[in-house]
Design a protein around this ligand. Structure first.
Ligand SMILES: N[C@@H](CCC(=O)N[C@@H](CS)C(=O)NCC(=O)O)C(=O)O
Length: 196
């Protein structure tokens, strides 16, 4: 959901946020299933046009509203953005968020023991994710190209959580480009304005 909010903020599109707790003990609120039949977030509505699925929503925002373009027009840069988005969705989200952040930070907050086996098993996968992001990114302020793209918007919410874990310090060692990117991106206005 933060990815969609970041896209709106970066393009300076005004929006109303409706918070839905899809993890509620009582289950996904019934009325939310009309927005998202699979009971997930995010879902969006613009002038009666309803969407769910992050990829569809952010592409619609980028195409339908003025402001900075979040996808490069150069075919190679565009493909690189899509590749990074794919890596984040398919591998980094599960590994860095569910296997490491949720077990290390959320579990403690919820008063349960971390699943150390799950964390240990995730560490090599985390290294592959981080090393690939560091290798594939440009040597600039943003992951790909000279401006914000979907690559940054998909990566930033994951890093905002993962960097809170004690594991992050050693896992990030040596990935200088990625460290520099995160230092710069973490302090953008859009990040402050979308803090959970
Ligand atoms: N393919 C969906 C995935 C959305 C998704 O999994 N959202 C998470 C929150 S980040 C969720 O709603 N999880 C609730 C659940 O797994 O029950 C998308 O890209 O929008």
């Amino acid at each position: 959901m933060r990815i969609v909010r970041l896209a709106l903020e970066e393009k300076q599109v005004k929006y109303d946020l409706v918070e839905v707790d899809v993890f509620a003990e009582t289950g996904v609120p019934k009325e939310h299933l009309t927005r998202h039949p699979f009971g997930r977030i995010p879902a969006s509505e613009h002038n009666g046009f309803h969407l769910y699925e992050t990829g569809a929503i952010v592409r619609y925002i980028d195409d339908a509203f003025p402001g900075c373009k979040l996808q490069p027009t150069d075919p190679k840069a565009r493909a690189q953005v899509n590749q990074i988005v794919g890596i984040l969705d398919a591998y980094a989200y599960q590994t860095l968020i569910w296997d490491i952040y949720v077990e290390r930070v959320v579990a403690t907050r919820d008063g349960r023991l971390a699943n150390e086996q799950k964390i240990a098993a995730a560490l090599p996968r985390a290294t592959v994710c981080l090393s690939e992001l560091n290798r594939l990114m440009d040597d600039q302020e943003f992951l790909i190209g000279g401006g914000v793209t979907f690559a940054d918007l998909y990566a930033a919410p994951i890093f905002a959580c993962f960097m809170q874990t004690p594991e992050a310090a050693s896992l990030m060692e040596g990935f200088e480009k990625l460290i520099y990117w995160w230092q710069r991106f973490a302090i953008r206005d859009s990040m402050f304005r979308t803090q959970p």
